[in-house]
Design a protein around this ligand. Structure first.
Ligand code: ZN
Length: 115
């Protein structure tokens, strides 16, 4: 089992990607930049100062931090969707529970009827 707290820490430690504000190119540290002999897993901060956007050749200063990619972004939002149970009123939840029980009872009765 994976520990959610551990995953959060790993996400926070993941190097950030940077987007070129001129052309939209995204430097992903995990990929590096093969056109400039930048090895994979090179953080943007460690790129040489004369490194330029491989697409439009602007300087590093033209890039902006867009955060770690591949992180489970929106995970918190998804939690609230779930199966919709969290948005139900207590009455709806009771209806769901008793409805399930009634279905289970019907299921058992039908099985019993088959014998
Ligand atoms: Zn660019």
């Amino acid at each position: 089992m994976s520990d959610p707290a551990q995953e959060k820490t790993l996400t926070e430690l993941a190097p950030a990607s940077y987007e070129c504000s001129a052309c939209g190119y995204i430097y992903e540290p995990a990929k590096g930049d093969s056109s400039a002999d930048i090895a994979p897993d090179t953080p943007f901060e460690d790129l040489p100062e004369d490194w330029r956007c491989p697409v439009c050749r602007v300087r590093k200063s033209q890039f902006r931090n867009i955060g770690a990619r591949g992180a489970p972004s929106g995970f918190q939002d998804n939690l609230s969707y779930g199966f919709g149970v969290n948005q139900m009123t207590p009455g709806q939840k009771n209806l769901l529970i008793f409805g399930s029980l009634a279905l289970a009872l019907l299921f058992f009765l039908s099985l019993y009827g088959l014998h």
